[in-house]
Each structure stands twice: as C-alpha cells, then as structure tokens.
Ligand binder design. Structure first.
Ligand SMILES: [Zn+2]
Ligand SMILES: [Zn+2]
Length: 245
C-alpha cells in the first residue's frame, strides 16, 4: 500500500474565472514543488483540457486522473472521475450535448481556452461552461456511471453550488461513498452541524483556479495504485485502503 498526497479538484485555463497562468507546465511545476503526487483536472462541464495536462503530468511523474466538475440542473457541483481516458472523452461529448447552449461572455468570465501539451491554443470554447447541464442530480450520476465514471459531490460544505446549499440536505439514499469538502473546512465544526455525516468519507482538495491556490487543500490517499477504481475502494475503506483529510 502506498500513500499519495493528492489534489483531485483543480481547474485549468479552460475554466471560466480561472487564471491563464494555470498552463500545464506552470501548474505541474507548482504541483511538484508542493510534493503533490496525484492530481485530477476538473474543469466546469468539460474534460477538453485533460489530455494536455495528463501528458505533462506523465512526463513529470505525477499521477493523473481525468475529471470534470459538472453543474447539475439544481446547480449542484458534482465531480466525476474516470480511469478510461477514451470513455472519459466520449462522456465529454455527451456532457457537451447536455450543456445549455448559451455563449460565453468572455469580457466578464474570461476566455475558455482549450490547449495542447505544448501550450498551443487549439480553440476557444464558445459555449458558457459556467452554466448548468440539463441533467438533475440522479440523471448526472446515471450518465457518469454509464461511462464507468465515479461521482463525488463537490465541496459539500460550501454556501453555493453544494448539495447542502441546493437541496438543504444530503440524500443519504443515494449512498455517495465520498464527499468533497473545501480546502479549509474544520470537520469537527462541520459535524456539530451535521452529525448525520460523521461516519462518511471525505475528500479535501484545493479547487484551485490560480497557481497560488494550489497546496491549500489535499488528501492522503492510501491505495495500491493512483486510479479511480482504488479511490472507490479507499472511499469504502476496503482492504486497508483509506483516505485521510
Ligand atoms: Zn464548484
Ligand atoms: Zn471547482
């Protein structure tokens, strides 16, 4: 078993309100300085930049998981992770088809830049990635799982776009094995408000949009391999796998 310092919620230059400084080279350099060993890129409603960052991560010995942060029709943010890159990019097509066809306001949100590993701009994404998809929470989960992905509600303690802020409660019957939390959350304080969540497993991450955000939050994940299949086992505390926040 190995312990990986992991940050599985990071935005690239594709995300609206993200920084163009988050280029693959600059980001991975900073990740190495912080001794982070496993990352996922989770842009809003798109996996288009995962291949570029995956390549630079691999060149630098950083484990990489294809991810995305989906905004459901209830405006809940759900992280989705994939082991199979081809399936992930197929899912990306389906996701794009479910995204509201509203143009990006580049003046307000900034450009949504799709790049390659050499940091050439391939295209600007014209559709606003900051909007919701047409799927509700259940439909989002079903869609992700039909492509072999794993859903993790993002930053459940956040005052906006979290499962608690949007629904007012955690639907326990959905049995999410893992819940994302914000970088600075003190879990003891959170449990005093939500004792029903005490036994659940949490994933702390930076949710970085800028280089300076990196390192503010990470988790220690004990697995045999840095992959989604093992992450699911760790979320369920199976076979000595575990996650420490
Ligand atoms: Zn979010
Ligand atoms: Zn995010």
């Amino acid at each position: 078993m190995r312990c990986f310092k992991a940050d599985l919620h990071i935005h690239s230059v594709l995300s609206p309100c993200g920084g163009l400084e988050m280029s693959p080279q600059a980001m991975i350099q900073r990740i190495k300085e912080l001794n982070i060993e496993w990352i996922a890129i989770t842009d809003h409603n798109s996996l288009a930049n995962c291949p570029a960052y995956a390549k630079v991560a691999a060149e630098n010995g950083i484990a990489f998981t294809y991810g995305v942060e989906i905004q459901t029709s209830e405006e809940i943010h759900i992280l989705a992770y994939f082991d199979d890159c081809l399936k992930a990019m197929e899912f990306n097509e389906t996701l794009y088809g479910a995204l509201l066809p509203i143009p990006n306001d580049a003046e307000f949100f900034g450009d949504q830049v799709v790049i390659d590993a050499e940091e050439n701009i391939i295209r600007l994404e014209e559709r606003a990635l900051s909007n919701s998809v047409l799927w509700n929470l259940e439909e989002t989960r079903a869609a992700v799982e039909s492509y072999g992905g794993f859903c993790v509600p993002a930053h459940v303690d956040a005052y906006a776009n979290s499962i608690l802020s949007q629904l007012g409660f955690l639907p326990l019957e959905m049995h999410f094995p893992l819940l994302g939390i914000t970088s600075g959350l003190i879990l003891e304080d959170f449990f005093s408000l939500h004792p029903e969540m005490k036994e659940l497993t949490f994933l702390r991450a930076s949710d970085a949009h800028y280089l300076s955000d990196l390192g503010c939050g990470s988790s220690r994940i004990f697995v045999e391999m840095p992959c989604v299949e093992e992450l699911v086992m760790a979320a369920n505390s199976q076979n000595d796998r575990k996650i420490l926040t």
